[in-house]
Design a protein around this ligand. Structure first.
Ligand code: PLP
Length: 403
């Protein structure tokens, strides 16, 4: 059955959006050996692979502590829980990201305060953050658009969650001073940027109080299900996160000292990640080559903006997101579909326009950059196993579409 499916895919000659099968063919022996070992020892919950993986991940990015967990979303919830975030607290999140970044504080009863992005790298605009914090502190929505709750009563500014969108670190040099000035916790959402670098340092170890990542299968480092991790330099925070991960355990799991959750990563997922780690650095290099081919081949095509790595950044391109001019994006996506080239739109609606956040009471034009970006972005196929000719098929079709 499986053979047949692989055959069919190669016969219709599609360019894969993300090719996990190509990766599996390369690492199959290692994955089978690692997962067989788990099946043999049978410690499916918190087996020895969990601690081994945490050591490897911490070493990889240069963080003191790594706490693995069930998903990137759980990781966000656990970090916010460790700081006691809840009703009356303001958590600053970018207007353009996956919903989980805003969902986690909302689930805990805190208020997401949405901050617009900068157009070059799509991450939180530090100038906008400074204004948003001042607006929350004073309750003055003339300084920056505020959610309804912050207009009605004074919220406590507590946390800022910069997102390393599409695989490139946010503008930390400009964000840190604002967080320090207002005593805000910094929670790096590195769900999309594991393996990226910012001025020579790896994401998840850039100096934020806590960083989180996701091992969702399509991420630069993905497992075969859900998975995530938290990173911190602080011993006490690491202890609290380990406790929260297992129902707020104290000396053992039946000695519950705080409210927590079941946030553990499965041992089998840790085994998969351990099998993937040896090829990960090479895959990161391959991502740079694929991006360079795209840049070369797009050089003579007008009407698209490419995802350029900012100064001092190593962009891992979890998604390869181009921008078109207003009104051109959907026709381009349609044309590429007819040529067997899959695309995706991340994200069709900015955070403040999602139905789930209607209650925040933002007007669409409150976040003008995120709104414009959401109407013009298009993610093209991108993965480390793409060949130069795969890239040429994509860029050739884009050229035809825009002619
Ligand atoms: C920016 C961002 N934050 C958080 C998450 C949540 O991660 P997970 O899917 O592992 O829960 C994602 C996942 O796509 C994400 O892209």
């Amino acid at each position: 059955m499986c053979f047949f499916k692989v055959k069919l895919l190669s016969m219709d000659d599609r360019v894969e959006f993300i090719d996990l099968q190509a990766q599996f063919r390369r690492i199959e022996a290692g994955v089978r050996a690692r997962t067989d070992a788990v099946l043999a020892h049978g410690r499916f919950i918190m087996g020895p692979e969990i601690e081994e993986l945490e050591g490897e991940l911490a070493r990889f990015c240069g963080a003191k502590h790594c706490i693995s967990c069930a998903s990137g979303t759980e990781a966000l919830i656990m970090a916010l829980t460790a700081w006691g975030i809840g009703p009356g607290d303001a958590v600053f999140v970018p207007a353009f990201t996956f919903f989980a970044t805003g969902e986690a504080p909302a689930l805990l009863g805190a208020t997401p305060v949405i901050v617009d992005i900068e157009p070059a790298g799509f991450s939180m605009d530090p100038g906008a953050l400074a204004k948003a914090v001042a607006a929350v502190e004073t309750g003055d929505a003339s300084l920056y658009p505020l959610p309804k709750a912050a207009r009605e009563r004074r919220l406590r500014p507590r946390v800022v969650i910069p997102v390393d969108l599409f695989g490139q670190a946010a503008d930390y040099d400009d964000l840190f001073p604002i967080a320090a000035q207002h005593s805000l916790h910094m929670l790096e959402d590195a769900a999309q940027s594991f393996g990226a670098e910012y001025h020579g340092r790896k994401t998840c170890a850039l100096g934020c109080d806590v960083a989180v990542t996701s091992f969702f299968p399509a991420k630069p480092l993905g497992c075969y299900g859900d998975g995530g991790a938290l990173f911190t330099e602080d011993d006490a925070t690491a202890d609290v996160l380990r406790s929260i991960r297992v129902h707020g355990k104290g000396s053992d799991k039946y000695d519950n000292v705080r409210i927590g959750l079941n946030g553990r990563m499965d041992t089998l997922q840790a085994a998969v990640l351990l099998a993937k780690l040896p090829v990960f650095p090479e895959e990161l290099n391959a991502r740079q080559h694929v991006a360079a081919w795209y840049a070369e081949q797009f050089a003579d095509i007008e009407g698209v903006l490419l995802p350029v790595a900012q100064d001092g950044q190593r962009h891992v391109r979890a998604q390869y997101v181009i921008r078109t001019s207003e009104g051109k994006r959907d026709a381009l996506a349609e044309y590429l579909k007819t040529k067997g080239i899959p695309t995706n739109i991340y994200y069709p609606k900015p955070m403040h326009m999602l139905e789930a956040f209607r209650g925040l009471g933002y007007a669409p034009e409150a976040m003008p950059v995120a709104l414009a970006v959401s109407r013009t972005v298009l993610a093209l196929p991108f993965h480390p196993y793409m060949s130069e000719s795969d890239v040429a098929r994509v860029t050739g079709a884009v050229r035809e579409a825009l002619r």
